[in-house]
Design a binder for this molecule. Structure first.
Ligand code: NAP
Length: 328
């Protein structure tokens, strides 16, 4: 196999690529890469490797994983671990790698949700799969209404103090629990680095629920997953459902999403993108990156072409007031 040497120009765009994550010392790329889809054992390894190499070669230093990404569960971390070993090992300190636990991972009562037992065992497994001594960031992947928040949060504090993760994050927690987490962690000198939620043109819940505002006011970074609504906010589904698309696999994106209302919204987005000489994906990401309080757009990609298109959005002009109005 050819030996990987990272592009010498990987930081050529660094003046506009990186943003401070909340009021922390960490800079994150405006575009981060997630390994939820396209990196499992079911996906072609060479394609996964090409996408990861292309990302790093273009200044993407933040890679988002979780214990159960695949399929099968765990295999996205294994793929990443293989590439870490063969390609990325010399660059470990240039990378900001995260993983999460919170969803269904292994059978029985200890492989899901937010107990101390689950989070600590899961992170140990993730580190083994990725061949890492530590991750840069560990997230509680979702709010658990049945586990005392103090138990989940103390496990996160202990994980950070153990050195197995450098920073703490939470994903998909409701506002009141976010406030509690922020206060709990700050008072134990483990500041909440970042909140991960879904914000995109057609799902603005973090803005409507006050989550983004709280993060902004309290120096917590915000990273948005599925900024393209899993591919809906691109030209992918304007005419048909392509056989190589996420929707054709029907696992996390189903055809009932393609309502007449959505298709007419997409037509609007297409026209606006065309008037800006951009792809729909670029315009959608560009909108996200200009929302106050947003640190990074956490994208997925099934090809290096998609990735390169999406990276271009860091050069986009903000949407005009009229364009914003049309896309509201
Ligand atoms: N915290 C959480 O609970 C949570 C939940 C979901 C995701 N995440 C994280 O967020 C990451 C991103 O989520 P996502 O994959 O749903 O993000 P996304 O960027 O909204 O969707 C990615 C998909 O859109 C399509 N696409 C991307 N760029 C395109 C382009 N330029 N032109 C046409 N199609 C394009 C591709 O679909 P095709 O495969 O059809 O080509 C790609 O797989 C995940 O990998 C994961 O790390 C976190």
């Amino acid at each position: 196999m050819d030996r990987y040497v990272a592009s010498e120009t990987r930081y050529a765009n660094s003046k506009i690529m990186y943003r401070r994550c909340g009021n922390s010392g960490v800079l994150l790329p405006k575009i981060s890469l997630g390994l939820w889809h396209n990196f499992g054992a079911c996906d072609p390894f060479e394609r996964s490797r090409d996408i990861l190499r292309c990302a790093f070669d273009n200044g993407i230093t933040h890679f988002d994983l979780a214990n159960n990404y695949g399929p099968p569960y765990g295999t996205a971390e294994e793929t990443f671990g293989k590439i870490m070993k063969s390609d990325f090992a010399p660059y470990r300190d240039e990378m900001f790698i995260c993983t999460k636990a919170g969803y269904d991972m292994w059978p029985g009562p200890y492989g899901n949700w937010g107990s101390r037992k689950y989070l600590i065992a899961s992170l140990d497994q993730s580190l083994r799969r990725m061949g890492l001594d530590y991750v840069d960031l560990f997230y509680s992947h979702r709010y658990d209404p049945d586990t005392p928040l103090d138990e989940t949060l103390q496990a996160i504090v202990d994980i950070v103090r153990s050195g197995k993760a450098l920073y703490a994050g939470i994903s998909r927690w409701p506002l009141d629990a976010l406030i509690y987490a922020h206060e709990y962690l700050s008072s134990r000198d483990v500041p909440l680095l970042i909140y991960q939620g879904r914000l995109n043109l057609i799902d603005r819940a973090p803005q409507e629920e006050g989550i983004l505002d709280y993060c902004k006011k309290n120096g917590i970074g915000f990273i948005s997953f599925s900024p393209l609504a899993q591919g809906l906010l691109t030209d992918r589904y304007l005419k048909e459902i392509p056989s190589d698309s996420r929707m054709s696999r029907g696992r996390t994106l189903t055809s009932d999403k393609l309502t007449p209302e959505l298709l007419s919204y997409l037509q609007q987005l297409k026209d606006i993108a065309k008037s800006r000489n951009e792809s729909m994906a670029q315009t959608a990401i560009s909108w996200l990156l200009t929302q106050e309080g947003v640190t990074s757009a956490l994208i997925g990609a099934s090809s290096t072409d998609q990735l390169l298109t999406n990276i271009k959005s860091i050069y986009s002009q903000p949407l005009t007031e009229e364009q914003n109005k049309k896309l509201r």
